[in-house]
Design a protein around this ligand. Structure first.
Ligand SMILES: *Cc1c(COP(=O)(O)O)cnc(C)c1O
Length: 350
């Protein structure tokens, strides 16, 4: 026996680059270009309280989210970013011998958790327009997970399709990762299906629409039975997940609905304006319901545009992967930032 055989071998997730340099236009990790609500900082964190453990139940934040979404507190699980919540959900719910299904082009963390937790996987190809085709998910599954809107394609699966998928799969838990749903048209969220489907888990994050990627706050909403099962796993692993500042500032953010609506409105308006302009520079842009667009150029390879932009201090995300190597994922920044992107397209002669 060799100790090297006892080391777990995994291929980790590769997060987007976080450059240290100043003056970068950073459109590579779907962060919100606007700061969090000014009310977030208004109740400052008491230094003297930091010596104490935080509330393991994350009660204040759970209560404000339960009011906000009109669900019971027992239906909410809060974690350290939705990555933590999704990881916990995989560990809690995907324990079948049957493979779990997710799209071939989707959040690249899913296969990483599957490998880490030794969950068998079946990837289901998106159609040629990068749509999820629910008919392709036929047959019993060990679980289903997908982002809606999808990432990195930005495409929204209509709620009627989400419902049909749930109807077809009472045998397994279906996780809808709604990291970008706040940028989609009203009425797109699977939250409205919760009462009909006790096997539905909806996952949300403060990282994108609430401008708080740096705080690491995510949550899941589901039936009390699902949430209870996740709590049991959490308390078997690490009880004190969210720190005190995250609990206080997260709660403040939920309370400022006006600011939340205002920044989302700005981003979706910039997205529509940028999409039209990019099409004039001969980009094919997939209709986006998120705070980013997925686009390919008629004749210049995405990799060339990616590298040229990077040299000019503008960071996009490029995936050197089958099917999407002709595409760039561009986060929607401020109007000024997107104007600089268009200026670069003009200079490149696109
Ligand atoms: C950004 C993102 C997440 C993770 O967000 P957290 O910062 O961990 O809350 C989860 N799923 C998708 C599809 C994402 O794009």
């Amino acid at each position: 026996m060799n100790w090297k055989d006892c080391v777990r071998k995994v291929t980790p997730y590769t997060p987007g680059e976080q450059p240290k340099k100043d003056g970068i236009i950073k459109l590579n990790t779907n962060e919100n270009p606007y700061p969090p609500s000014p009310k977030v900082l208004s109740e400052d964190v008491e230094m003297k309280d930091l010596r104490k453990y935080p509330d393991p139940t994350i009660g204040d934040l759970v209560r404000s989210l339960s009011e906000y979404h009109g669900v019971k507190a027992e239906q909410i699980f809060v974690g350290v970013g939705s990555d933590d919540v999704l990881g916990m959900a995989f560990l809690t719910f995907f324990n079948s011998e049957l493979p779990i299904a997710f799209p071939d082009i989707s959040y690249s963390f899913y296969p990483v958790w599957a490998e880490l937790f030794r969950i068998p996987v079946e990837t289901v190809p998106l159609d040629e327009d990068f749509r999820i085709r629910i008919a392709d998910y036929e047959g019993e599954k060990g679980g289903i997970v997908f982002p809606n809107p999808n990432a990195p394609t930005a495409r929204l699966l209509p709620l009627s399709d989400v419902e049909a998928l749930l109807k077809a799969h009472p045998e397994c838990i279906v996780i809808v990762d709604e990291a970008y749903i706040d940028f989609a048209p009203e009425g797109s969220s699977a939250l409205s299906l919760l009462d009909s489907f006790p096997n539905l888990l909806v996952v949300r994050t403060f990282s994108k629409s609430r401008s708080m990627a740096g705080m690491r706050i995510g949550y899941a909403i589901g039936s009390p039975e699902l949430i209870g099962a996740m709590q049991a796993v959490k308390y078997s692993y690490n009880s004190y997940t969210l720190n005190r500042p995250s609990i206080i500032w997260g709660t403040r953010s939920v309370e400022d609905e006006a600011y939340f609506r205002e920044t989302i409105g700005k981003i979706t308006a910039t997205r529509e304006r940028f999409t039209k302009a990019a099409e004039e520079y001969h980009f094919h842009v997939i209709p986006s319901s998120a705070n980013f667009v997925f686009a390919s150029h008629e004749n210049v390879p995405a990799k060339v545009i990616f590298e040229t932009a990077r040299e000019a201090g503008i960071y996009f995300r490029y995936f050197d992967q089958p099917r999407i190597s002709d595409y760039l994922r561009i986060t929607i920044g401020t109007d000024e930032e997107m104007d600089k992107v268009l200026e670069l397209f003009r200079k490149m002669g696109l």
